[in-house]
Structures are given as C-alpha cells and as structure tokens.
Design a protein around this ligand. Structure first.
Ligand SMILES: NC(=O)c1ccc[n+]([C@@H]2O[C@H](COP(=O)([O-])OP(=O)(O)OC[C@H]3O[C@@H](n4cnc5c(N)ncnc54)[C@H](O)[C@@H]3O)[C@@H](O)[C@H]2O)c1
Ligand SMILES: [Fe+2]
Length: 385
C-alpha cells in the first residue's frame, strides 16, 4: 500500500504565473515573505511580487536574514518576527533555502510551544499547521522542488548535520506554487547548473528507489526529460524563457516524484559533504551522481531502470549522458576540486562513511553498500578516477 499526494492544491506555471497570487483566499490580508539575503530585493524581483500583493489588498513584511542552507538559529529568529507581524499567508520566495526556511518558520509560528529542532523531527508529529496561516512558494532557482515537497531541510552548524523536518502525510506541502520564469533568469550560471542538477538527481533517484510506484515514475520520467533537455540551454542562454519554464517544471515534478517515493545514496553522500564542508546541495549532488550510477549499475534491475530513463530522453547511456552534460555545464568531476584538503578528508573518512550510512536517504537506495564499499565509493567521489 502507498499513498499519493501530487503536489500543491494549486500551481500556476509559465510567464506571468505571478498573477496567480491574486487568487490567495485571505481573511486578514497579511503576507510574510521569506527570502535568503537581499539579492531579490536589489534586482527588483521582490517588487514584482509585492505589486501583485498590494493590488490584491495585502499588507506585507519581508524577512531576508536567511543564509543559503538555512540554520536552525535563523529559523527561530525569523519565527519570532513572524509572530509579531501575524500573517495569514507565508510566502517562501527564493531558492530551496528561502522556501525551506519559510516552511520551517511556519511550523514554529503555528506551534509557539516548540523551541528545539527535536520537537519537529520524526517520530514527533507536528501538531498544528494551517491554523494561523497558509503557505505559498515562488521558486527563483530550478531546482529543489521544495515548492511541492513535504520537507524542509535545516542545518545544525554546530553538529554539522542536516535535518529534514517533514510530515509523511504531506501536510507541509505548500498550498500554492508559482512557477514563473521571470524569477529564474537572474540566477548566476553556477546556480543554474547546480540547482538544475539537483532536479535531475531527484528524478533519477526517484526512478530507481525500491519505493518507486507508477505515480512517482510518471513524475520522474517527465522531470528527467524536461531537465535533461533544457538545463544546458538555460546555462548557455539564460534569458530563454521557454527553457527556463521547462526547467522549473522539471524541478517541481522532480520534487513531486521523490515526495511520493524516496531518494538514495547520491543525496546521502551529498548531504554529508554539504554539511561537513559547506558545499552547496546541488553542486554536491552533481559531483556525486555519476559515481553512484556506476556503483548501482552492478545490480541488473537498477541498471535496466537507468537505461529505460536514458531511452525516454533519447540518449544511448545514462552514465555517459550525465558525464557529457556535467562537462558542458562546467561541473567539477571530483569533490577534491571543491574541497582541496586531502589530509582532512582522509582523517575524517570514518566519520564521512558513518554519516552517509546514517543519512535519511540511505535506507531507500536500491543497492545497499557495505561499510567498506561506501568507504571506497566516497574516496572515488573525492579523488575522481
Ligand atoms: N525541501 C526540499 O524538498 C529540498 C529538496 C532539495 C534541496 N533542498 C534544500 O535547498 C537548499 C538549496 O537550494 P538552492 O539550490 O535553490 O540554492 P539556495 O536557495 O541556497 O540559493 C543559493 C543562493 O542563490 C541566491 N539566489 C536564488 N535564486 C536566485 C536568483 N534567481 N537570482 C540571483 N540569486 C539567486 C540565493 O539568495 C542564495 O544566496 C539546500 O539547503 C537544500 O538542502 C530542499
Ligand atoms: Fe536534492
């Protein structure tokens, strides 16, 4: 038995999708906008959002004090400010970091009695949601798919660990998602590449996990085709609105895919390097992905699924296709290129293995590595071949 939730209550996609904000049902007409830094304000993107809100009679307040890969401390500070303003809509506006921060702040706003990260982690169930406010997300990267997923990923910088706040029954999936390419054209090339590879990784890992099902498969395949066909165009010609729209769709569908099944070892190793060495999530996935495809391909059923996915996108081999794509969008081929500290990695290899094995995504990976196999895989990811 499995249960399915295919995304938000309402999604608006394509050019001028921002007009969809006019449909927000609201009693007190107060919107609280969460962003990661002031960049979207500085380049005029925030004004596009607030103009529509003001036209619809909303008062708004924005909060920008969220770092990339948000920490628990920023979430708690933001939730205090949110309580003071008292919104009935929360808007996550930005990449995965801003959207996840908005989702996590919302949890603490709805439940002021919670003070610790442990209060909101499984097996604890989040008590109240949608009592005080509903949530809309507007992605500006493509992406994490966070606008349609049931989780928010929060970092503990002291324990160097990433936590997934989530409701397995989908209560944390935002009510509304706005996929408007006007907001993604400003991405720097590096973010276009890294976040795009995150989306592609979501589709591939969703397709090969043992928890895959016909609904997640449909989303994973459509996400992979749109992502594979458009990421390089977005990278090379960032103002192509059609490619940007398709990349947003790929990202959102990838999020829906893994929210209805699971991720795997690419994410486990990427989470570990991300938390230990501050590597952006998408970049870490992009580096790890081909190594895990190669590792998992020892299992014939998994290899067949990889090749099916490649076939749908019209490429002869998934591994070669990903390697070629990675080169084209200038992703480094080994982790050593972004963490140039051999000694530290070798000193901490036991810890890296332990954290990857204990990661939330490891139980759902299709080919379970032994400790020894994982150690040699992580060293391969680090040193390259
Ligand atoms: N909730 C989920 O299901 C889920 C899934 C995958 C990843 N994540 C999380 O998402 C985070 C990564 O998100 P991301 O890859 O989107 O990067 P990000 O949100 O961290 O953004 C990176 C930087 O780019 C800036 N930026 C974003 N959009 C921009 C734009 N259009 N123009 C200019 N600058 C822009 C941000 O302000 C930030 O400084 C990680 O914390 C990761 O763990 C969450
Ligand atoms: Fe991811």
């Amino acid at each position: 038995m499995y249960s399915i939730k295919l995304g938000c209550e309402k999604m608006f996609c394509g050019e001028n999708a921002i007009e969809g904000l006019k449909n927000l049902q609201s009693q007190c007409k107060k919107a609280y906008i969460v962003m990661s830094g002031t960049i979207l304000k500085d380049i005029g993107s925030l004004k596009i959002v607030t103009d529509v809100l003001e036209e619809s009679g909303f008062q708004w307040r924005s909060y920008t004090d969220i770092e990339p890969e948000p920490s628990f401390q920023s979430i708690i500070r933001g939730a205090e400010d949110m309580k003071e303003f008292g919104p009935d809509w929360i808007i996550g506006f930005g990449g995965g970091s801003a959207m996840d921060a908005a989702k996590a702040m919302w949890v603490f706003y709805e439940n002021p009695e919670y003070t610790q990260i442990e209060d909101v982690l499984p097996p604890n169930e989040i008590r109240n949601l949608k009592v005080k406010a509903r949530i809309a997300c507007i992605p500006t990267s493509a992406g994490t798919g966070s606008e349609a997923t049931r989780a928010a990923l929060i970092r503990d910088p002291i324990k160097k660990k990433k936590y997934s706040i989530r409701c397995m029954n989908g209560r944390m999936i935002p009510d509304v998602a706005i996929l408007d390419p006007i907001f993604t054209v400003s991405m720097p090339k590096s973010l276009t590449a890294a976040s795009g590879m995150d989306a592609i990784t979501h589709s591939i890992e969703s397709y090969v996990t043992p928890l895959a099902n016909p609904y997640s498969d449909a989303m994973a395949v459509a996400s992979f085709i749109n992502g594979y066909e458009n990421i390089a165009e977005c990278y090379e010609n960032g103002s192509n609105m059609e490619a940007r729209t398709k990349m947003l769709v790929a990202s959102c569908m990838g999020g829906i895919a893994f929210s209805n099944c699971a991720l795997g070892l690419v994410h486990s190793i990427a989470h570990t390097f991300g938390a230990e060495y501050n590597i952006p999530h998408g970049l870490a996935n992009a580096i790890v992905l081909p190594y895990v495809i190669e590792f998992n391909s020892r299992n014939k059923a998994t290899k067949d699924r990889y090749e099916q996915l490649a076939h749908y996108a019209g490429i002869p081999s998934l591994l070669q296709g990903i390697l070629d794509l990675r080169k084209r969008i200038e992703i480094p081929s080994a982790m050593k290129d972004v963490v140039p500290n051999d000694k530290d990695v070798l000193d901490r290899i036991d810890l890296l293995v332990e954290k990857s094995l204990g990661d939330v995504c490891t139980p759902s990976t299709p080919v379970k590595p032994t400790e020894e196999e994982l150690r040699s895989l992580i060293l391969k990811v680090y040193f390259g071949e």
